[in-house]
Write a protein that binds this ligand. Structure first.
Ligand SMILES: Nc1nc2c(ncn2[C@@H]2O[C@H](COP(=O)(O)OP(=O)(O)OP(=O)(O)O)[C@@H](O)[C@H]2O)c(=O)[nH]1
Ligand SMILES: [Mg+2]
Length: 354
């Protein structure tokens, strides 16, 4: 899963990035996207590795991209934003960081602290970018449809769909509401529209309000969370053993890094399934609704091609009964077929003809 941090200048994207990736903020970094691979903490793996005496633990990872904010009020900023768009389009989830902190040393963009209005401003940029893509494509298609070719029927279908997309975008609604069927999505997937992607709103709050956690009104976002990016960037630089005491002093229950990762999974509709063995205990990230045969493909294409069945134990059941033998005796080891919809925390052993 790839997550892009976007937002107005100075909202705290790089601070969030530093907190999640556990790296230092580089104030002199050029205004280019910066990426990091973040390991997803999962205590279930520690338990499995102990039970099966696995040699290693392989955590799931997410890729986080810090996209510099652009001053959209001038042409230079707009040009920069257009240049950065391809990096944003590659993301599976957009995390919009909005500023909700005072800092006299760093004046707020447009001199205002207004998370709701800032979220709306970012949302409008996403709508504009998609509208731009749609309009350009419609113009090309109009020209193409004048001289019918073999592609005529497909082009007509695309034109009808794009016309609906344009209406939806002009009413400031996300494109996900215009693309209703799998076929619609497929026809336009190469455009990687921004308003089709799930959104997470990150409200970056002042240190003194770090324990507070009300959201902003961002109804197009799947979820809103509040974090104090500056504190959390500091926490991420502490030795792990020193972190709980520091957080407790500020009245913060769990580090934002963990909360943020969980929110990314929820907002993007992703879950993890687990595998175990003597070699490794491992977590795999899949979209909610993935079938057993497709989950097997994530491990290896051979396992999906020769798929016979998936021996499945829910992590909770394994924990309740202590080990696999106990779970089996309690009838908690299930034999599932190709179409079984994998659940978060399912421990799968794929049996296949390879
Ligand atoms: N007081 C306070 N300052 C913060 C907080 N978060 C970020 N800052 C400061 O605000 C400034 C901008 O933060 P960045 O994380 O660089 O913001 P950004 O969104 O990456 O900025 P651009 O990349 O320029 O768009 C930095 O000097 C941070 O130290 C916060 O929660 N509280
Ligand atoms: Mg930045």
């Amino acid at each position: 899963m790839k997550v892009a941090l976007v937002g107005l200048p100075g909202s705290g994207k790089s601070s969030v990035f530093a907190a999640v990736a556990g790296v230092a903020i580089d104030p002199y970094a050029p205004p280019e996207p910066r990426q990091a691979i973040v390991h997803v903490p999962d205590p279930r793996l520690t338990y499995l590795a102990k039970l099966y005496q696995s040699k290693k633990i392989v955590e799931a990872t997410i890729e986080v991209v810090d996209v510099p904010g652009c001053a959209l009020d001038d042409t230079h900023g707009q040009e920069q934003w257009r240049r950065l768009l391809p990096a944003v389009r590659q993301a599976d989830l957009l995390a919009v960081v909005v500023r909700d902190f005072e800092n006299s040393a760093v004046p707020a963009y447009r001199d205002r602290i207004d998370p709701k209005a800032d979220f709306q401003a970012v949302w409008e940029e996403l709508l504009f970018a998609d509208l731009d893509t749609v309009t350009t494509r419609i113009e090309r298609l109009e020209a193409a449809l004048k001289k019918p070719t073999k592609m005529h029927e497909v082009e007509k279908r695309e034109m009808a769909l794009l016309t609906r997309c344009r209406e939806v975008l002009e009413s400031e609604a996300p494109l996900s509401t215009a693309l209703k069927t799998e076929a619609d999505h497929r026809l336009l997937s190469s455009f990687a529209f921004l308003t089709e992607k799930p959104l997470l709103c990150i409200r970056n709050i002042s240190e003194d309000r770090a324990a507070q956690s009300s959201g902003v009104d961002a109804s197009v976002a799947a979820e809103t969370i509040s974090i104090s990016a500056e504190i959390e960037a500091e926490v991420a630089r502490l030795e792990p053993a020193d972190r709980p005491a520091f957080l407790a002093e500020l009245g913060i229950e769990s580090p934002a890094r963990d909360r943020l990762i969980r929110s990314c999974y929820r907002a993007a509709g992703m879950i993890s399934f687990l595998t175990m063995g003597a070699d490794e205990a491992r977590a795999w990230t899949i979209p909610q609704g993935t079938t057993a045969v497709n989950a097997a493909a994530k491990i290896h294409t051979d396992l999906s091609r020769g798929f016979i069945r998936a021996e499945t134990i829910a992590y909770e059941d394994l924990q309740t009964h202590g080990d696999e033998k106990g779970a089996r005796a309690a009838g908690k080891v299930r034999q599932e077929g190709k179409t079984y919809v994998v659940q978060d925390g399912d421990i799968l052993t794929i049996l296949a003809n390879v």
